[in-house]
Write a new protein. Structure first.
Length: 80
């Protein structure tokens, strides 16, 4: 599954133009679930939004994990 190319934060119809720096996932008793990607600038905001949505029952209860994305370069020129 490809990673989205931008931060998940939007203001109205405008999407944050920063590239993602972290994967957001929820860890509960049955596994870990990716819920989005976020830029460095919005880490704290997303953490509070996820906490609020957990209290409202919109996001599963569990620990929020932010995993830093690492760039990988390749010289592969494969074309199907």
């Amino acid at each position: 599954m490809p990673i989205p190319d931008g931060c998940c934060i939007r203001r109205g119809f405008r999407r944050c133009s920063n590239p993602p720096s972290h994967i957001i996932s929820i860890i509960d008793g049955s596994g870990e679930y990716m819920v989005g990607v976020v830029c460095r600038e919005h880490l704290m905001l997303v953490e509070s939004i996820v906490g609020l949505k957990q209290m409202q029952g919109e996001v599963p209860e569990g620990s929020v994990r932010f995993t830093e994305l690492k760039s990988v370069a390749t010289t592969c020129n494969y074309t199907p």
